[in-house]
Design a protein around this ligand. Structure first.
Ligand code: ADP
Ligand code: MG
Length: 688
C-alpha cells in the first residue's frame, strides 16, 4: 500500500536524478506533490466552434484537414490548412516537424487541436498546437475536467508532473488525511481533500475565473490555512523566546535625565512612547525582541540610545550593528556625541581596521571596559567576545539575514534583549505576517519643524536646465546629491555610465567641486569622500545608491535621481530622505527616461504627492510585492505554496483569527500543520 509519506522515488519510472530535482522544489514525498498546485488551467472540456473564437483565446477545436504545404524558406515551415462545416478556416504552423508528422496530415482527416488563436496575414492561425488525429484513432483531447498546468523544473515535462500528481491523488483518494485545520474551523470550510481534488482537477462548469483569481472557496481555505500556519510558527517562536530568561534591567532615571538635559530638542510624543514600551520590555526577565519602525528622519537613533543607557546603568554591554561601514561610522559619531559626555566608553569594530587598532578594541570589549560596541558584520566574527553583552541593537534589519542577527545574539551568555530598527516603514499587513514573532513600536510622527521636501519629476531631456539650478544652490553654500541608478548590465558599462554623468557635470560646473562615489571604491576611499561631503568640502556628490541608507548631511538640499522610474518607491523615498535634514527648503528631482509609461507615471506621482513612508511602502507592496520591502531576510512569506501576501491581504484578518485558534490546539496538530506548510530548511532556525 502506498502512503502519502512515501518518497517520490517510490513512484515507478521516477529515478534518482528526477527525485533530486523534485527535492530542490521542496517536493520530497507524495504529500508534497499534492501541495504542488497548478498555476493555471486549460479548458479542454468542450470543443469551441471556430466562429466563436477570439484572438489570444486558448481553445479546443475540431476541424478537417484541407491540405498541407511545406514552405521552403530559410526556416522550413509546415503549414496545415483546416476548415469546418461552417466553412471557417484556420492555419496550423509548425516550425519543427518530421517526415512522419507530415505524412500523417491527410486531406479529409478529422483533427482536434488545442492552442492559442493568433492572427496572421491569411487569417486565423495556431502555432504548434497540441493535436490528435481523431480518424486515426488517437485518443481525443477532450477532457471531462479542466487541465492543470504545473510549475516545472528543468528536466521535468508537464505530462510527467501531471502523471506524478495524479499518482499522489490516487493515494489521497484511498487515504484518510489528517485535516487539522478543518477541525479547528469546525467544518465551516471545504475539507482539505476536496480542496486538493478540486484544485488539481476542477470539474467542468467550475468557475474558472474565480479559480484564476485565487478567489475560489477551496483556494481561500488553503490560503487561510497557509497564512495562519505561518503566523502560528512565528507565534510559537515568540512563545519559546518568552519562556527564556534574560537579564532584567532596573530602570535608572539619573542617566536618562542627564541625557534628556543634554539634548538640543524635545522628544516627540511618539519617541517617548517607544522608549516607554522598550523600558517595559527590558525591565522584565523575558528577552525583548522589538521592531522599531519609523519613517526616515523620525529619530530612531535617540530611542536606541535611551535603551542602551539602561543597559549601561545596569552594568551590561550593548552591541549596535549596522549594515555598512559608512553607517556604522556615522553611528559611532552620533552615539559618541550622546554617550561621551555621560562618561560612557564606546568601542568599535569595522572590517577595514588595522590589526593593532582591532586588537585594542577587542580587548576593551572582552574586558567589559567598553560599555557600548558599535560595528558592522565584524561584530559577530568568531574572535569577538564580550564580557556581559545583554542588549543588541540592529539597524536596518532587512539588510541582515536572520542567521546573522542570531549569531550576534549568541555572543551573550544568556539571551540578550534585541531592538531591531527598520529603515523602511513596513505596511501593517506585512508586519503582522512576516514579523509576528516580534513586538512592534512605531514612531508615527516626525520631529516638529521639518520642511516638506518638494518633489518634481523631470524628463532627462531637460537635464541641461539643472546646471543653472545647481550653480545657484552651490552659490548659496548648499550641497547637492546626484544619484545615478545604473541600469547597465555589466560592471564595466555601469562604471562607464556613471563616469559619463560625472564628466558631464564636472565639465559644466567649473567653479564647483564635483566628486564621484561608487561601490567599487575601497571602504576608506568612500569614508574620506563622505567625510569631505559632510564637512562641506564637496559641492556636488555623484553617487550610486550607496548613499541610500542613513547618511546624514543636513547642508545638502538638492537631490537629483537619474532614471527614477527604475527604482522601487520605498527605495526612492529612502533616497529622498537624505535631503530635507536641515533648516533649508529641500528639493528632490526625479529624472526619468522619456517617454514614461502610464504606471511609471503613477508611481512617480505617488512620490510627488506624498511624504508618508508608510503609505508609500503600502503602494510599493501593491506594485512590486513583499520581496522589495523585506529585503534579504528569509521570512518564509516570500515563498509560500499558495498564499500571496499582497493578493490575499484581504484574508489576513481571518488568518490571524485562525492562527490564535491553532495556538490553543494540541501540540501534535500544531507541529503537523507547520510541517505540512513550511519547508524544513526554513523551520530549523525557529527553535533558535
Ligand atoms: P532615523 O529615524 O532616520 O534614523 P535619526 O535618528 O537619524 O533618524 O534622526 C534624524 C535627525 O533628527 C537627527 O539629526 C536627530 O538628531 C534629529 N532628531 C531626532 N529626534 C528629534 C526630535 N524629537 N526633535 C528634533 N530633532 C530630532
Ligand atoms: Mg537611522
Amino acid at each position: 500500500m502506498s502512503s502519502l509519506s512515501d518518497p517520490v522515488i517510490s513512484i515507478s519510472g521516477l529515478g534518482k536524478k528526477t527525485s533530486d530535482r523534485l527535492n530542490q522544489l521542496g517536493i520530497h514525498n507524495l504529500e508534497h506533490l499534492l501541495f504542488h498546485l497548478p498555476n493555471r488551467y486549460q479548458d479542454k472540456t468542450s470543443i469551441t466552434p471556430l466562429s466563436l473564437a477570439k484572438v489570444s483565446d486558448e481553445i479546443l477545436i475540431e476541424m478537417s484537414i484541407d491540405r498541407i504545404e511545406v514552405v521552403p524558406s530559410r526556416q522550413r515551415q509546415l503549414l496545415c490548412y483546416l476548415s469546418d462545416n461552417e466553412n471557417q478556416r484556420i492555419l496550423l504552423r509548425f516550425f519543427h516537424f518530421n517526415q512522419y508528422q507530415k505524412q500523417a496530415f491527410v486531406r479529409g482527416e478529422i483533427i482536434q487541436c488545442f492552442g492559442e488563436i493568433k492572427i496572421g496575414r491569411q487569417g486565423l492561425e495556431m502555432y504548434h498546437p497540441e493535436y490528435r488525429l481523431i480518424t486515426q484513432e488517437q485518443s481525443p483531447l477532450l477532457e471531462s475536467t479542466l487541465t492543470p498546468i504545473y510549475p516545472l523544473c528543468s528536466g521535468v515535462t508537464q505530462a510527467k508532473m501531471k502523471q506524478w500528481v495524479n499518482k499522489a491523488l490516487e493515494v489521497l483518494n484511498t487515504t484518510v488525511i489528517d485535516d487539522y485545520f478543518e477541525k479547528i474551523a469546525n467544518n465551516t470550510l471545504p475539507s482539505l481533500k476536496d480542496s486538493l481534488f478540486l484544485l488539481h482537477h476542477p470539474k467542468k462548469g467550475e468557475d474558472l475565473s474565480k479559480i484564476e483569481a485565487f478567489k475560489h472557496i477551496s483556494q481561500q481555505r488553503l490560503i487561510i490555512e497557509e497564512l495562519a500556519t505561518h503566523r502560528l510558527s512565528l507565534l510559537r517562536i515568540k512563545m519559546a523566546r518568552k519562556a527564556k530568561k534574560s537579564n532584567l534591567f532596573s530602570i535608572n532615571n539619573s542617566l536618562t535625565n542627564q541625557l534628556l538635559k543634554s539634548l538640543e530638542f524635545e522628544l516627540t510624543k511618539a519617541q517617548s512612547r517607544c522608549i516607554q514600551e522598550i523600558n517595559e520590555d527590558i525591565s522584565s526577565p523575558q528577552p525583548m525582541l522589538r521592531l522599531l519602525q519609523g519613517d526616515v528622519g523620525s529619530g530612531k537613533t535617540i530611542v536606541a540610545v535611551f535603551a542602551l543607557i539602561q543597559a549601561v546603568a545596569n552594568n551590561f554591554q550593548t552591541a549596535v550593528m549596522a549594515p555598512t561601514e559608512i553607517l556604522a561610522r556615522q553611528h559611532l559619531q552620533n552615539f559618541s556625541n550622546y554617550l561621551n559626555p555621560l562618561g560612557i566608553k564606546v568601542a568599535f569594530l569595522f572590517g577595514s581596521q588595522n590589526t593593532q587598532e582591532r586588537n585594542e578594541q577587542l580587548s576593551l570589549i572582552k574586558s567589559g571596559k567598553a560599555q557600548v560596541v558599535i560595528g558592522t558584520h565584524a561584530l559577530f566574527q568568531e574572535n569577538v567576545s564580550f564580557d556581559n553583552l545583554a542588549l543588541v541593537v540592529i539597524d536596518e534589519q532587512h539588510k541582515f539575514g536572520v542567521h546573522q542577527r542570531l549569531s550576534l545574539a549568541q555572543k551573550a551568555n544568556i539571551t540578550p534583549h534585541q531592538l531591531v530598527m527598520t529603515a523602511t516603514p513596513i505596511p501593517r499587513s506585512l508586519t503582522m505576517s512576516a514579523y509576528a514573532d516580534l513586538d512592534t513600536s512605531i514612531i508615527d510622527e516626525l520631529p516638529p519643524g521639518r520642511q516638506k521636501i518638494e518633489t518634481v519629476a523631470l524628463s532627462n531631456l531637460r537635464r541641461d536646465e539643472l546646471i543653472t539650478k545647481i550653480k545657484h544652490i552651490s552659490k548659496e553654500g548648499r550641497q547637492i546629491y546626484w544619484v545615478c541608478t545604473l541600469i547597465e548590465e555589466s560592471e564595466v558599462l555601469r562604471a562607464e555610465s556613471a563616469e559619463k554623468t560625472f564628466t558631464y557635470l564636472s565639465d559644466n560646473l567649473e567653479d564647483e567641486k564635483v566628486v564621484m562615489i561608487h561601490g567599487k571604491l575601497t571602504k576608506s576611499e568612500k569614508e574620506i569622500i563622505m567625510q569631505d561631503f559632510s564637512n562641506g568640502k564637496i559641492d556636488l556628490l555623484v553617487a550610486t545608491t550607496v548613499i541610500e541608507v542613513g547618511v546624514n548631511v543636513p547642508n545638502a538640499s538638492l537631490m537629483v535621481v537619474e532614471n527614477a522610474e527604475r527604482l522601487g518607491l520605498a527605495q526612492l523615498h529612502q533616497l529622498r530622505g537624505r535631503v530635507g535634514r536641515g533648516a533649508e527648503k529641500s528639493v528632490c528631482i526625479l529624472m526619468y527616461q522619456s517617454p514614461l509609461s502610464e504606471t511609471a507615471k503613477q508611481r512617480l506621482d505617488i512620490l510627488r504627492h506624498s511624504n508618508d513612508g508608510f503609505m508609500i511602502a503600502q503602494k510599493d507592496l501593491e506594485l512590486r510585492g513583499p520581496g522589495e520591502i523585506l529585503g534579504t531576510q528569509q521570512t518564509g512569506i516570500t515563498s509560500m505554496k499558495i498564499a500571496n501576501i499582497v493578493r490575499d491581504a484581504y484574508l489576513l484578518k481571518q488568518a490571524g483569527y485562525y492562527s490564535s485558534k491553532m495556538l490553543s490546539a494540541n501540540l501534535e496538530s500544531q507541529k503537523a500543520l507547520i510541517s505540512r506548510w513550511i519547508d524544513e530548511e526554513k523551520t530549523h532556525y525557529f527553535d533558535a
